[in-house]
Design a protein around this ligand. Structure first.
Ligand SMILES: NC(=O)c1ccc[n+]([C@@H]2O[C@H](COP(=O)([O-])OP(=O)(O)OC[C@H]3O[C@@H](n4cnc5c(N)ncnc54)[C@H](OP(=O)(O)O)[C@@H]3O)[C@@H](O)[C@H]2O)c1
Length: 267
């Protein structure tokens, strides 16, 4: 990558997902710094990343982008504890939280006018993205962008890996994600609760259900609960799921009560 394309990116929250993104960003030639609640200085040393335990020194480093990779539930506390007046110049703030209205509203409220805001959600993780990001979806909303050059260089990180780039509002994202991602995680967790395992006579459909468990259970409970607590559309979808399950059960009970038990039907 030419030096004019490379960015100085500071990652806040160097857990599973922060590290996952960092690997590709380093491979692409960007310069990374990081800070986190836990001490990742050894890992960062191995990866060639400057790690700051102290948030003020982190903000003091000269960065083009501050990439927020903290858990959904800790974002307010983490951003609230940043002495933002230490920033030396206008900076692009990007978040990758799996809910979108919450970070958008928070960042608009706390960041100064000169800070740009890009809200994003890479719709993949270390399991689905382990063999590359080709054809995986990357959602974003340019919430407040004045420096289009820095913003498009950042988006290029994902576009150049072959991601399907989807621009949509944070509200639209949360509506769709409550129906799709939240329901997927909920069913995956319910299957894990039932301890579903492969059997010697698995159908393809059942194999798909068993496979659903791995990526879902690989995500922290913080992440899953955040999908519910910080997405105003999630409660309704959970109710729809409960209602649907109840309705399906009712249909079976009704059939039994009509005297047509499965043993007596032909197919
Ligand atoms: N995992 C995925 O596949 C995926 C995909 C797309 C988007 N995301 C988003 O990426 C973000 C990170 O996800 P994740 O998978 O790494 O797991 P997570 O459990 O959602 O977040 C872990 C990160 O949050 C930090 N954190 C947690 N509680 C904190 C607190 N009270 N104060 C300060 N920092 C705190 C952790 O810091 P320490 O490690 O220093 O303790 C770690 O960096 C989330 O917002 C998630 O929605 C994840």
């Amino acid at each position: 990558m030419s030096s004019s394309q490379s960015l100085k990116i500071g990652i806040v929250g160097f857990g599973t997902f922060g590290q996952f993104l960092a690997n590709t960003m380093i491979k692409q030639g960007h310069t990374l710094t990081a800070t986190s609640r836990s001490d990742y200085s050894k890992l960062c040393l191995q990866m060639g990343i400057r790690f700051f335990r102290d948030i003020t020194s982190f903000l003091d480093a000269d960065m083009d982008v501050i990439l927020l990779c903290t858990s959904i539930s800790s974002l307010s506390e983490v951003v609230g504890s940043m002495p933002l007046n230490c920033l030396k110049r206008p900076t692009l703030f990007v978040d990758v939280l799996s809910v979108k209205e919450h970070p958008k509203n928070l960042l608009l409220r706390v960041l100064r006018e000169e800070s740009d805001i890009l809200c994003t959600h890479p719709m993949f993780g270390k399991v689905s993205g382990k063999s590359g990001w080709q054809n995986l979806t990357f959602m974003y909303e340019k919430v407040r962008i004045r420096d289009e050059v820095t913003c498009s260089k950042f988006l290029q990180i994902f576009a150049s890996e072959g991601c399907k780039m989807v621009e949509m509002s944070c509200e639209e994202h949360d509506k769709a994600a409550a129906k799709s991602q939240f329901i997927t995680h909920t069913i995956g967790r319910a299957l894990a609760e039932m301890d579903v395992k492969p059997t010697p006579i698995d159908t393809k459909g059942f194999q798909a259900l068993v496979q659903l468990k791995e990526p879902v259970m690989g995500c922290s409970f913080d992440l899953y609960s955040g999908l519910f607590m910080h997405n105003r559309f999630a409660r309704q979808e959970l109710e729809n799921l409960e209602h649907a399950l109840h309705k399906v059960k009712e249909m079976l009970v009704q059939r039994m009560n009509e005297g047509q038990s499965p043993e007596r039907t032909e197919s």
